[in-house]
Design a protein around this ligand. Sequence first.
Ligand code: ACO
Length: 320
Amino acid sequence: MFSRIIGTGRQLPERVVSNRDLEGNLDTSEEWIRERTGIERRHIAADGETTVDLAEGAAREALKAAGRQAADVDFIVFGTTTPDLVFPNCGALLQARLGIRGCAALGIEAACSGFIYALSIADKYVRCGEAKCALVVGAETLSRITDWNDRGTAILFGDGAGAVLLAPSEEPGILSTHLHADGSHGDLLFATGGVSRGFNDPPGRGVIRMRGHEVFRLAVNALSSIVEETLHRNGLEAQAIDWFVPHQANLRIIQAIARKLGLPMERVIVTIQDQGNTSAASVPMALDTGIRDGRIRPGHLVLCEAFGGGFTWGSALIRM
Ligand code: ACO
């Protein structure tokens, strides 16, 4: 038994902030941001617009694409690092929005790898027969924990949500998922503040702190190794991959991994120019983009990966 993706959806906030818009407040330039990251603009949630608001839109799109009703969903896994509340978890909040009752609803926090972690968990539940229609979400409002005075991070992040629905199938779907973490590098990328430590640094909210250059180097190493692991475990060469759907953190990281795989950029789904780094939302939104614009088609082999705070990293090999 496999789990297969039967529908995808995404939602972005309406408001768009360009690199030029950031020049006004930060000691940076449009050219520096574009050349060092590939980012040209990002979507930022309106005041009061939350992670679950965005996720609801993405989930409804995925249900529509799959021809399913919300009542069909019997398992929800929601990856986010910017939840609406400490609790209830965003999976339960989304469940209520969709008018579903009774099914299990999980919140997963694995920073930018949140969607891959969520997908891996949902895949196991579907494969073992515990779920018949699993809703997997990656959604973020990273703008809420961005320090808008820190040019090293404020230029990177955006908001958005992506969702996929999984159903059981005898035909191959998700072929394998691979998850890793290394907590020893937690000081290179983290958000200040928290429930147990208190929200006093700075007062009132936590903000992202990152040593970007070191994160960049470790991300390239970890991602190179996990794509090799994924191919090896499936007995495949990189040339078998139809589409590479990477986490959208930095265009130079994406290019480095594609180069290591020997894949031309024409076979890579890149959305970073329009969305920035949307953390857990980036892979499902890129997947949805490729499917909706007709590049990713049934039967194609898709390799997804992500790397983020923790550090956490993961991959999924998917037959569409
Ligand atoms: N505008 C202009 N100059 C800048 C900016 C900016 N926005 N940001 C940094 N600089 C300067 C630095 O101060 C430094 O100046 P100096 O040489 O005078 O000291 C110079 O540019 C180079 O700085 P680096 O940090 O070495 O720049 P780098 O090329 O590494 O790019 C970046 C920085 C874009 C952050 C990159 O390191 C990166 O993408 N890192 C990885 C991010 C990532 O993958 N995160 C994981 C996921 S995020 C998550 O989990 C939430």
